[in-house]
Design a protein around this ligand. Sequence first.
Ligand code: ZN
Length: 408
Amino acid sequence: MKALVAHSSVGKEVWNRFKSGFFSKSGPSPHVSLHLSDIPEPALPHPEWVKIRTITSGISDIDEGMFVYGDFASLGAFLTFPFVPGNENLGIVTEVGSEVSGVEPGDRVAVDPLLSCRPRGIQPVCTSCADGDPSSCKNFFRGRLGPGVIIGACADTGGGWSDSFLAHASQIRPIPSNMETENAILLPEFARAVRAVLHHPPAPGDRVIILGARSLGLLTLIALHELGFEADPLVVAEQPFEVELARKFGAAAVVLLNPRASAYEDVAKLVAGTVRYPQAGRIGLEGGADLVYETTGISENIGDALCFTGEGKALVLMAVTQASAFNIAPIWFKGIQLHRSAFSGVDRYRGEVRETFDIAFDLVSSRGLPSSELITHRLKPDQHGEALGALQDRSGSKAVKVIFQHVM
Ligand SMILES: [Zn+2]
């Protein structure tokens, strides 16, 4: 089958030194390259698994971090090269293991990518999985699969940047015929937004900021509204075209992040803070929002998100595009409560305790998503240079969500 395969161009010894932190700050980073290759189809690792033929696979912040920014901080030790990326997947089931029920070949499915205890066949599950937080699973290195947090970063499952990949039965959700493919494509990323909002919800009266109006930021804005929170978040966008989209999707106020000085002044007015200009170093903000969702994962933006967060208030880091060093001074001086929100878990919503992916699924089923405006680029896997280039140059390409479409 055809697959985009990620290779590391460094030798094993050098890679091991990278994993041990030797290169983490100032040394040269190993180079990772993508090649379109012919590789064998993956084989089911256990009768509880299915094989899926890819229809579409998105480029997530995690993929962008690795292949646009060359930043491995997010997955570093959890990666084994070579691997097939692609963690936001929609496909058709082509093979069903003998212990899977309720799924047939030909079913169209969306996939929750997390490879926690249950897909790994580990019983009893770890305390994180038992507590409904499988993103903090303690067994990403154990069980029936090799190391890897998600489908698309595990050598044994493959990923959606190829013709076929594997998933455990618990990870797939059959997509009914009345759900548009365009909406189903966005389910994995929307589930992450829903998780962040349900796990770190605004209290009544909270001043809320969403930093970033890329796809994850806009989906977080939509999730806040769809889940019924009355917070009117301030959205801080990186690009002028994103300002328009955020307004269209219901943002009460939108500020452009550049130039920084005017952005800080605008944010200060909206969250009742005071901008502090330094004699040396970077601009700061006294006061700030009660709750900030940082959705870009860009290190400089994370620094801004820290500044925009009020003393003792909460910052939720949702993306890992460029998770290398950022300015920690606001954490130190402002006592910010730092949280992260990664993949789906188990959440309480309207009196029911359910998997976040299923809550997101129901919202998309009943309300839909503005997918025609969110999905801006559909390219074939052999156009990966163009796809990644569109994300690298958002101001020129006006890219929001870029996906690989295997069948045009
Ligand atoms: Zn676990």
